[in-house]
Design a protein around this ligand. Sequence first.
Ligand SMILES: Cc1ncc(COP(=O)(O)O)c(C=O)c1O
Length: 389
Amino acid sequence: MSRQDNKDANKKLTGTALFYSLIAKARELDAIVLGRGDPDFDTPANIVEAANRAMQKDNLKPSPVEGLFDLRKAISDRVQRINGINVEPETGVVVTNGGQEAIMLMVLASIAAAGDEMIVPEPNYSTYNDALEFAGGKKAGIPTVLEQDFAVDPDLVEQAVSDRSAALLLVSPNNPTAAVIPTETMQKLVDIAERHDLIVLADDIYDQFIYDGGVHCSPQSLQAAKDRTLTLNAFSKAYAMTGWRLGWITGPPDLMQKVKTIKASVSGPANVVAQHAGIEALTGPQDALEDMKARYVRRRKVVLEAFDAMGLKYGMPQGGQFIFGDVSHLGIDSVELAARILEEEHVLIYPGGAFAPESKYYVRVTFLQPEAKLREGLERMSKALSRMS
Ligand SMILES: Cc1ncc(COP(=O)(O)O)c(C=O)c1O
């Protein structure tokens, strides 16, 4: 395939498919990866050991569809302690194959009929768009903008409500914008959901990564939303366990019964070895997580400094593990821009256009590399950008 063919092929792909094609190219080139959202850390040793112990037990029995009781109990304790969410392990928790499966299950459980609408603050994690399409639902997108640090505006949410509205998606910290929804705004949003009888789909996957003294608020912890919210979380980010494919959904018993029924036919229970690892992750020592958090704080500073030096505008990343910057002054579509930076400097960053068409002049850069490699990647990105301006 020629360079031009390659660029044309990338242009035609969208969303998750585009990300996977860029990842494959980055692997070929042994590029510095500042695109993909997987932690660079190893899974902490105590978690790996727990999986080893489980494999050596000769009673490694299959799990119920909703997951092992001990893991569901550990999850209900964790969400109570960290998120203020009250659910029973028996009826309020389903263990999933990572956050990715949880997205599909939540969307399928909330879109009851073709044409049902989900209100989606954009840009957003592209898998939600794909899941919504597969489920036969429709997106009612509302914009969030850099000038307001990508804050979700409750008035726009209210205006987007129609008689087909079924669900409201709230991802905080958001991917790709890294915006965090403050408690006061979250309260307004769940009040809207209650008034219009919407199911809230909450994605808390980055709840451990909040910066500058901010606070994370889970909608399911608020009275107005506790019986209408499905909340996703996963082990991938907080415990560097992306490859283990383990996550969970919490919610009220009626919605969770739906989630469980769908999961039974989609994939059955999550892998039992991974579930034992998950129990250790939640109940064992948390120092590896604390260490990762401290490193992310330092790396975020490196990225902010580099973006300032490159003269790029961005929404202040209040959470997550990435920054979303504006490259519109270059006048180059971000899909092409990312392809050029990858080819010329062997650095992978993600094009904003893959998250939402309106973000085609934005890029997402993750800080999921050791500091020295991160600096090197940012320097190379800067070189490529200065050639383009
Ligand atoms: C907002 C959000 N939700 C869900 C996921 C899926 O997570 P997992 O790796 O556990 O499948 C991701 C992955 O990057 C994400 O950014």
